[in-house]
Design a protein around this ligand. Structure first.
Ligand code: FAD
Length: 519
């Protein structure tokens, strides 16, 4: 009866459909619908079922004889809101298709999630004659979707709760995903994004190690220890960083075949500041001992050099007197002879003194992080700074490029400058005592400013202080070789030291060391 209804409705209408290819028999359509893997039903305008295909029976449990003549509402679970069906019917009765998800009930009472689409079948006049319903059971798909969603939420909460800094970076080092620890670090450092800075430090360390070829299995880099110098003179922080490549499938049609995707870098940084602080303590103590030794040797060198320098003058004078006497009174004159003997003995003693001057030790050239080095020097000077009541204003650039140089020599250079600054401020009448140390990458090199609030160096003295044995310091013990030696070290590194003119107060010394010049 229902099939007859269907046939009558279809036959009675002039078909405004597309022309069929002569090679396709109209029955092919029936076979297609019959054999389709989707539950298909055709209803009248009230939703009464006129036809169902075998897939409908497989999905719902209703055979065609049980379904035909019944309303589609046999599948209703009576749990969807009334408004849901109202809007469905509103659309289809206006000749518009509808699609959505709903809970259905099978013949045996079990529920399933259906993805349903209903298309009105209209005649040439645009009147709705029938409805074509197609649906499939998507309970399993939905379960998998939820499983993925739940797993994502779980992974996100684990990543968020992890006590290590985690950030996913795109190829431009932009952070596309981060965790709570990362956000905390960002807030602590008062920086826009710490990840690019960590990456710059990692790359610098990889560059330095490029020859060593360390095995990192699936990682791009593993356990790279890098240092961040937060702004505002805060203590440096150390991180052990590992990075691995993460690939995301693009999900586009083109990418489906070509296997295209986007690469990301998963950066995991574990803070090791407290561990490093202990190691640093030990290192600074060892450094202090080495520097003290070097200080002793260099002051011996300085004293001997000054002694020979001072002896040379009178000896030269005596030698010219001997010459004069010999010309006037003859070479055999007893006074000339005695004086000539004295000059020779004096020269011999001077040569012996010169040979006792300890030679410079050759220091291997290596990578130097000037922030680290300056921090060492400040640490070494802590006692003196505290004793003199000097506050330190340490302003390092958060990430400095590494330069190649002789670390001990450079340390002595900055120590000499900082010692000078401390001494200049540690005088009576100097009320404001502030030492400012700034590091900055500039002009293809690294610029370090060491400024104090002491009495300063007057214009005429600003060049003279670099001359050997020239000192502006009152009292004994100063031979005036600190700045000349420092200047020599700077020159050996292809750089220079200058005293900036016209500073309002105190002295401002500028050191510029190029990055690409080997000493
Ligand atoms: P009802 O009281 O039958 O309907 C709820 C509301 O829907 C009514 O208040 C009314 O506003 C509106 N409505 C119902 N019938 C009509 C109508 N003939 N004309 C205008 N408005 C109407 N439902 C499912 O739950 N699962 C299915 O898989 C499903 N497939 C369908 C396939 C087709 C081709 C069509 C045409 C409908 C389908 N429906 C399906 C809808 C179904 O016909 C019922 O409307 C629905 O099941 C709600 O039934 P009910 O007994 O809960 O409420």
């Amino acid at each position: 009866m229902a099939n007859e209804q269907l046939r009558t409705a279809a036959e009675s209408e002039p078909q405004a459909t597309e022309k069929l290819s002569p090679s396709i028999h109209p029955q092919v359509f029936q076979h297609t619908v019959n054999q389709a893997d989707m539950a298909i039903s055709i209803t009248d305008v009230r939703g009464n079922i006129l036809y169902v295909n075998p897939a409908f029976t497989r999905v719902t449990g209703y055979g065609s004889d049980e379904a035909i003549g019944k309303n589609q509402s046999i599948l209703s679970n009576q749990s969807m809101p009334r408004a849901f069906y109202q809007s469905l019917w509103k659309r289809i009765s206006h000749g518009e298709p509808w699609g959505g998800r709903l809970v259905n009930r099978r013949k045996d009472g079990s529920k399933y999630l259906a993805e349903l689409s209903i298309s009105p079948v209209v005649n040439g006049a645009g009147e709705v004659l029938n409805y074509l319903g197609m649906h499939r059971d998507i309970t399993e798909v939905q379960r998998l979707e939820y499983q993925v969603r739940n797993q994502k939420a779980l992974i996100e909460s684990v990543v968020d709760a992890a006590p290590v800094v985690i950030a996913l970076l795109d190829i431009d080092d932009r952070v596309v995903l981060d965790n709570h620890a990362y956000k905390m670090l960002q807030a602590d450092l008062g920086m826009a994004e710490p990840a690019p800075m960590l990456m710059t430090a990692v790359r610098a360390s990889l560059e330095l190690d490029s020859g060593r070829g360390r095995r990192t299995s699936g990682y791009l880099f593993l356990d790279r220890e890098v240092r961040l110098d937060p702004p505002g003179g805060k203590q440096p922080r150390w991180f052990s960083c590992s990075g691995s490549r993460v690939r995301e499938d693009a999900g586009t049609a083109e990418a489906f075949l070509a296997g295209q995707g986007r690469d990301y870098l998963l950066l995991v940084a574990k803070e090791i500041t407290s561990l490093r602080a202990q190691q640093e303590k030990a290192r600074v103590a060892a450094l202090r001992a080495v520097m003290a030794d070097e200080d002793r040797v260099s002051s011996l060198r300085e004293s001997l050099a000054a002694a020979t320098f001072r002896l040379e003058g009178p000896l030269n004078m005596m030698a010219s007197v001997v010459g004069m006497l010999a010309r006037r009174k003859g070479e055999t004159d007893p006074m000339s002879v005695a004086l000539a003997d004295a000059v020779t003995a004096g020269q011999k003693a001077l040569d012996e003194l010169r040979s006792m001057i300890p030679g410079e030790t050759r220091e291997p050239i290596g990578p130097v992080n000037l922030n680290e080095l300056l921090r060492d020097v400040l640490d070494l000077s802590t006692g003196r700074l505290l004793a003199a009541g000097i506050t330190v204003n340490w302003k390092p650039q958060a990430m400095l490029p590494t330069l190649k140089g002789a670390p001990n020599k450079l340390r002595s250079l900055f120590k000499a400058l900082i010692d000078n600054a401390i001494e200049a401020m540690n005088t009576r009448g100097c009320r404001e005592r502030e030492l400012t140390v700034v590091s900055k990458a500039r002009l293809g090199g690294i610029e370090v400013i060491i400024a104090d609030t002491g009495p300063g160096i007057v214009g005429t003295q600003q060049l003279k202080v670099f001359e050997p044995f020239h000192t502006t310091k009152r009292g004994g013990g100063h031979l005036g070789t600190g700045l000349p030696s420092a200047q020599q070290v700077a020159a050996e590194h292809g750089g220079f030291i200058e005293i900036e003119p016209a500073t309002a107060r105190g002295c401002r010394v500028r050191v510029l060391l190029p990055l690409d010049r080997r000493p």
